[in-house]
Design a protein around this ligand. Sequence first.
Ligand SMILES: Nc1ncnc2c1ncn2[C@@H]1O[C@H](COP(=O)(O)OP(=O)(O)OP(=O)(O)O)[C@@H](O)[C@H]1O
Length: 256
Amino acid sequence: MTPLLRVEGLSKSYGTHPGCRDVNFTLWPGEVMGIVGESGSGKSTLLNCLAGHLAPDTGKVIFDTRERGPRDTVTMRESERRWLARTDWAFVHQNPRDGLRMAVSAGGNVGERLMAVGARHYGDIRAQAEDWLGRVEIDAGRMDERPRAFSGGMQQRLQIARNLVTGPRLIFMDEPTGGLDVSVQARLLDLLRGLVRRLGLSAVIVTHDLAVVRLLADRLMVMKDGHVVEEGLTDQVLDDPQHPYTQLLVSSVLQV
Ligand SMILES: Nc1ncnc2c1ncn2[C@@H]1O[C@H](COP(=O)(O)OP(=O)(O)OP(=O)(O)O)[C@@H](O)[C@H]1O
C-alpha cells in the first residue's frame, strides 16, 4: 500500500526562532494522526506546512495524488497545490469564520466548494448542499440563512460540510473543537468521529486536548519545542507514555 502522506525532514523557522524541526512521519489511507503539545510547541507551524499554507525551509511533504501518484507538494507548482486544496484536501479551522464566507448563505457556502471543482447544475448543487447540511445535522430549512445567524457549534458543523462536500481524501484540522462549550464539543466530536469512520477519511488533527485525540486519532505525535518527542498508537502513548514530557502532559490532564 502507498502512504497517503509521507513527511521527511520537515523544518520551518521564523528568522532564528524555530517553528518545527526535522519532523518525519507517514500517514496511511484511512488513518487519523493527532498532534498534541503545549502552546508554542510547533503544532500549527507543522500543520500549515503540510497543508501548503507555509513554505518549509527544508524537507518533503509527499502526497499520493489521484492523477500522478506520490508528489512532493513543497516543490509542486502553486496552481497544483491550489487544486489539491480544492479537491483532495480539506482544512477545518478552529474559528469557523476563517473557513466560511459569512456573507454567503449556508447552502451557498457548501455549494461554492462544488462550483470550484466544476459543478454547474443548480439543482444538483442545491441537492448536494442539502444532503450535506443534513449529514452535519443542520436543518435544510436553514439553508438560505447566513452563518452569522448560527451558533458556534452550527458554524463549525457548516464548515465541516463545506470541506467534505467535494470528497477530499485528507483533512487537516486545527483545534476543531477549541472555543466551544463542553457539551457542544462532545456533540461535534461525535459527529466528526462518525464521519471519519463512515467515509474512511484520513486526517491530521492538531489539538491541545487529549480527549479529542483519544476519541479521534489512531496515532499520536507529541511535540515539544518544535520536535516530535514521542509517536505511537494513541492508546499506547496515552496509557504508557515513555518520554518525560508526555508523562507530564498526560498526568497534568489527569489532575484536572
Ligand atoms: N508568524 C510567526 N512569527 C514568528 N514566530 C512564530 C510565528 N508563528 C509561530 N511562531 C513561533 O513558532 C513557535 C511554534 O508556534 P506554533 O504556533 O506552531 O505552536 P503551536 O503548538 O501551534 O501553539 P498554539 O497551540 O499556541 O497554536 C512558537 O515559539 C511561536 O512563538
